[in-house]
Structures are given as structure tokens and as C-alpha cells.
Design a protein around this ligand. Structure first.
Ligand code: NAP
Length: 243
């Protein structure tokens, strides 16, 4: 399957790097606004084809992935339409709809490491898109009404999780660790927690019970989080983008 990615920024670049790592480099063509961006990407993924000409880039493709900023979608579709014909057009641009787009997808930048959580909106060709995004992480096909929630939890979610990690780091530094050590400790602790949930299938509260001794120190910290309305803050954070 030949894939052309239009836009090689944070998201498009992450997809290209992820797909290249998954062995697709020679099937990938990528475009950007500047040669500088393409040169940087070519250095990391030497097997890909990179060019500034969107129309030419689309010509040999089976699938075209639009990864430009939302306000450029209309203009880029108008530019490539003569070459698009029956090619599958997937857009990852948040919040923009266009009659020519076949499939809407919402990956996240962990695609670069094969760890994206991607949502693909139900559509005739959703399964083809899901297979493609499945090569760079987990992919769920969902109805349109769940796309915005998916974007908040997984697209934006990367930022929320990292903000929590940074808060842990700051606490660690206040307690005497150097920032690099605190970062490593926070990352390993998060990774351990996720692996435990994955391996055991435990409900998060059951996992919390395992580290919470009655009258012990874990419950003291947990209750502080409750007093600070931590759960409520996270829920409000996720719903903020739906307004
Ligand atoms: N960032 C995320 O976490 C994320 C997650 C999910 C979805 N998205 C969606 O992904 C899209 C891109 O976001 P981003 O964060 O990756 O933006 P970005 O980093 O600014 O990347 C945009 C890319 O588009 C290129 N570009 C601009 N005009 C172009 C044109 N006419 N033809 C071809 N390429 C062109 C830019 O080239 P230059 O580099 O040469 O300027 C740049 O590489 C957005 O619609 C966003 O909603 C982003």
C-alpha cells in the first residue's frame, strides 16, 4: 500500500517515522511547506520519498493522509483534487470536515514509537484506515459522536499525562532528587503502573488497594488528592475541549 502524507509536522512527521519503523519506508511519500522539514525527516527515515509538490506526491499513492493544520485542509484538498480520483483520503486534522474526505482519524504523536492511541470514525473504508494506523499503535473504530472524546483522551491526553508526570517530578525535586532522577523515577513508576494494569487486567481501584495499607502513608497522599479535587480536575480537563 503506497501512502502519501501531506504535512510533515508534529503529527504527520510522527506517523511517517512510525510507519517507517514498521517497515513501510519505501512505500511512503511525504510533503511539507519547506525543504528544511523534509531534509530533517529524510535524515531520520532515509528510505522515504520527500517532495514539496503535493500534486506530484499524490499521483502514485493508494492512500493520502492529510496532516496539515485545520485551516489549510480546504486549500490543500482543492490543490490535490485533480490527482486524487478514487484514492482513499484520510484526514487527521482536528475539527474540520470536508465532503471529499473518506475517513477521519485521530492519532497521537506516540505514533512515532508505535504507541499511538488512534480513533478512526466509522465509514465505508474505516477498516483500511484502521489497519494502517494499527501499524503504529492501538486503533479503535468508533462512531462520529465519540471522536471528540477520543481526541481529548488520546490526542490531547498525551499532554495531560505528561503534565501529571511533570508534577511528580516537581514533588520529587522538592524532596531532594535531581530533576533527571525525578523524571526517570516518575516515568518508570508510570510505566510500572500501566504494565501492572495491562498484565493483570485489574480495575484501577483494585490496583490502588494493593499499595494502600490501612493507616499507612499511601492513603494519606490519596486523600490529599481527593481534598484537592484531583478526579474532578481531570474529568473537567477532558471535557473542556468538548465545549
Ligand atoms: N500535534 C498533535 O498532537 C496532533 C494530534 C492529532 C491530530 N493533529 C492534527 O494534525 C494536523 C497537523 O498538526 P501538527 O501539530 O502536526 O502541525 P505542525 O507541526 O505545524 O505541522 C504542519 C505541517 O504541515 C506542513 N504544511 C504547511 N502547509 C503545507 C502545504 N500547503 N502543503 C504541505 N504541507 C504543508 C508544514 O510544513 P513546514 O514544516 O515545512 O512548515 C508542517 O510540516 C492538525 O490538523 C492537527 O489538528 C495533531
Amino acid at each position: 500500500m503506497k501512502v502519501t502524507v501531506i504535512g510533515a509536522g508534529n503529527m504527520g512527521g510522527a506517523l511517517v517515522k512510525g510507519w517507517a519503523k514498521a517497515g513501510m519506508a519505501t512505500c511512503l511519500t511525504v510533503t511539507a511547506r519547506t525543504q528544511q522539514t523534509l531534509d530533517r525527516l529524510k535524515e531520520i527515515c532515509p528510505g522515504i520519498t520527500a517532495m514539496l509538490d503535493n500534486k506530484k506526491a499524490v499521483q502514485g499513492a493508494d492512500v493520502v493522509v492529510l496532516a496539515v493544520k485545520p485551516w489549510l485542509v480546504e486549500q490543500v484538498i482543492a490543490e490535490i483534487t485533480p490527482e486524487l480520483r478514487d484514492k482513499l483520503l484520510i484526514s487527521v486534522a482536528a475539527g474540520v470536515r470536508h465532503e471529499r474526505i473518506d475517513v477521519y482519524a485521530m492519532p497521537n504523536i506516540a505514533a512515532e514509537f508505535g504507541e499511538s492511541m488512534t480513533f478512526v470514525e466509522e465509514a465505508e473504508q474505516a477498516e483500511t484506515a484502521a489497519e494502517l494506523f494499527g501499524r503504529v499503535g492501538l486503533c479503535k473504530v468508533v462512531p462520529q459522536r465519540q471522536m471528540a472524546a477520543g481526541m481529548m483522551m488520546a490526542g490531547c491526553g498525551i499532554a495531560y499525562v505528561v503534565r501529571f508526570l511533570r508534577a511528580m517530578m516537581e514533588g520529587g525535586v522538592e524532596m531532594g532528587f535531581y530533576p533527571d532522577e525525578a523524571k526517570e523515577i516518575a516515568m518508570q513508576t508510570m510505566q510500572g503502573a500501566v504494565t501492572m494494569l495491562r498484565e493483570t487486567g485489574l480495575h484501577p481501584e483494585a490496583a490502588i488497594d494493593k499499595v494502600t495499607t490501612p493507616g499507612g502513608i499511601t492513603i494519606k497522599g490519596l486523600n490529599e488528592l481527593d481534598h484537592a479535587a484531583f478526579n474532578s480536575a481531570v474529568i473537567r480537563c477532558l471535557k473542556a475541549g468538548l465545549k
